[in-house]
Structure formats: structure tokens, C-alpha cells
Design a protein around this ligand. Structure first.
Ligand code: SF4
Ligand code: ZN
Length: 318
């Protein structure tokens, strides 16, 4: 590895024409994330910030960066984790998370699929695959999204921070595009959510412009205790196929992932304008089962619970 572009120490990372030693890499990472938070107004004075976290590298990096920012500007924040019930995986990441929160004195709330939906993902997924041909990530994604929003709202949060990085967003953009779901792309970006609906907590992504490998290196250099293990279900997902393809392209054409996101950011305002126009003609409802905001009469989560035969009386959740 070459020398750092800013001092005479050995570089630990090279990217976008610059080489960074350990301390200059940490400075680069922290300053880019902080700039993203201020430029896109992801977190503002008066917010109550809920950081969605799992104990994985992205979520510990985003929790660390959010806590730095919130402490500096005296903004209230806490961490929220979902225990989906994935054996030999989530229990390890939650242990890492508890250790982290203790060390950095972060208040942590943990909610589980079992409490909210009556069973673990491990138990639900067998039936979902066998009887309904649904992949575990489809079930997990819908329930997780619902539970994060619902819990953040109940805890009084005004912002829900997630650990999505540039790789995740490039994957989502390409997945939506390949599936012909262009309207879903209008919901991506550093800040998403319906500000005019009190049932939705706006989601913000401070790591939006950081590559996965940069986030991984940051977690390593900061000595966060992280098991770099993957969820056992990821290999069954469409995302894993897209992730591997984009990684192959990035190896042949370095900078391709940044290219995807830069292009996307250029068209995002047009997409938002186009689809917001359409949305205005649509009336927004509240789910008649659980009270969450949704497009039809019943939200996706309640529909899925019904379909999988695990529906319980939700009215107490409202
Ligand atoms: Fe859930 Fe799929 Fe992510 Fe595993 S990989 S945590 S099943 S969405
Ligand atoms: Zn519902």
C-alpha cells in the first residue's frame, strides 16, 4: 500500500484518487457522514432520534456517528433493535450491540417478532416458503419495517436513523428498476417518509454516501466488536444476486457504485415530483386492523399476518 496522501504514514485505504492512513481515513469517514447529516438536514435540533440497529457493522457505525452528532448538538437519541428470531445469528449481533451500548452509554430498546407477531421468523419462514412460496426476506422485510416504524413512533421519535450505505442503496435502485417498480425508487434517498402523516416516522440514512467496504473498515479501525457473519437467509434473496453482480462490475469498473448513486441523486427530485403528483390524487387511509397509515384498507403487514395465519387482535397496537 502507498503512503497517505495527507501525511507520510502508510495508507490503509485507497479510494477516489486518495490514499488514507488510519487517522486520516477516520477523519474522512466522520467528516463525510457529518456533512451528509447537515446537508440533507437528516437530524435537526429538537428531534428525538431513534437509531435502528442490529449490532452489525453498519448499524454500529451509524449508531456511533449519530451519537457523536447528537451529543455535540444536545439532541435526544436512543437505539432500537428488532429481534426477528433468527437462530445462530441475531442472538450474536444483539450481544455485540448490548456490549456496545453499555460501553458508549446508549439507551437500548429491543422488540421482537415473537412478541409482536406471535412467532419467530425461523418458525414463520418454513410455512411461508412451503405454503406461500414467499422468501424469508420478503416476510422479514415487511414485518421489520412495520415494527421499526411502530416502535419508533410509540417511543416518541421524530426521526428513524437506519444504517443503509451506498451499496445498499445502489442495490435497491437496481432491484426496483429491474423489476419495473420505478415508483419505489422515488421513496429512496437520504431522507424518506411522509412528513405530513403522523403515523410515519421519517427515515434518514447518514451512511448514504459511504461504501460498504468503507463502513466495514471504519468498524474495524474503531475496534467495534462485530461478528462479520451474515444472516443465513440472505443467500435466498434477490438482493444477494444484485449485490454480487454489482460487486463484479465494481471490480472491473472501479467507481461504478458511486456512479449509480450520483446518477440516481440527479433524477431523484424529478422522480419525487412525478410520483408525488400521482400520490396527491390518492387518498391516504389508516389500516382498519392496526391503525397504521397505508394505501388501501389494510396495511401490508396485517395482510401478510392474515395470509400466514398468524393474525392476532391488533387493535391494542394503535
Ligand atoms: Fe431479514 Fe433477509 Fe435481512 Fe435476514 S437477510 S435479516 S431474513 S431481510
Ligand atoms: Zn395494519
Amino acid at each position: 500500500m502507498m503512503d497517505c496522501s495527507r501525511c507520510d504514514k502508510k495508507a490503509v485505504y485507497a479510494g477516489q484518487g486518495q490514499n488514507y492512513c488510519k487517522s486520516h481515513f477516520l477523519e474522512y469517514f466522520e467528516s463525510k457522514v457529518t456533512k451528509t447529516i447537515s446537508k440533507y438536514e437528516l437530524i435537526k435540533t429538537g428531534d428525538k432520534v431513534c437509531v435502528a440497529t442490529s449490532g452489525g457493522k453498519d448499524s454500529l457505525a451509524v449508531l456511533y456517528m449519530t451519537s457523536l452528532y447528537c451529543k455535540k448538538f444536545d439532541i435526544e437519541f436512543f437505539a432500537l433493535a428488532i429481534d426477528e428470531g433468527i437462530a445462530d445469528y441475531r442472538d450474536h449481533t444483539l450481544n455485540d450491540l448490548k456490549t456496545f451500548c453499555k460501553k458508549y452509554e446508549v439507551k437500548l430498546h429491543i422488540v421482537s417478532f415473537k412478541e409482536e407477531f406471535g412467532d419467530t421468523l425461523d418458525n414463520i419462514k418454513d410455512k411461508a416458503i412451503k405454503d406461500f412460496n414467499k422468501k424469508p426476506c420478503t416476510v422479514c422485510g415487511i414485518f421489520r419495517r412495520t415494527l421499526l416504524n411502530r416502535s419508533a413512533r410509540k417511543l416518541g421519535a421524530t426521526k428513524l436513523v437506519t444504517g443503509h450505505n451506498l451499496d445498499d442503496e445502489a442495490q435497491s435502485f437496481l432491484m426496483n428498476t429491474l423489476l419495473g417498480n420505478m415508483s419505489h425508487n422515488a421513496s429512496l434517498g437520504p431522507i424518506t417518509g411522509l412528513n405530513d402523516n403522523d403515523k410515519f416516522v421519517a427515515r434518514v440514512k447518514p451512511l448514504y454516501f459511504m461504501l460498504e467496504k468503507e463502513t466495514r473498515l471504519f468498524a474495524l479501525l474503531k475496534c467495534f466488536k462485530v461478528e462479520f457473519s451474515e444472516c443465513p437467509n440472505i443467500s435466498m434473496s434477490f438482493r444477494a444476486i444484485i449485490r454480487d453482480e454489482i460487486n463484479t462490475i465494481e471490480n472491473k469498473l472501479p467507481g461504478a457504485k458511486n456512479g449509480v448513486i450520483n446518477s440516481f441523486m440527479e433524477v431523484l427530485p424529478l422522480l419525487k415530483e412525478h410520483y408525488r403528483g400521482k400520490k396527491q390524487k390518492r387518498t391516504f387511509n389508516y389500516c382498519k386492523e392496526c391503525g397504521d397509515a397505508c394505501a388501501g384498507d389494510v396495511c401490508n403487514s396485517c395482510k401478510l399476518e392474515e395470509e400466514l395465519g398468524i393474525k392476532k387482535n391488533n387493535m391494542e397496537r394503535i
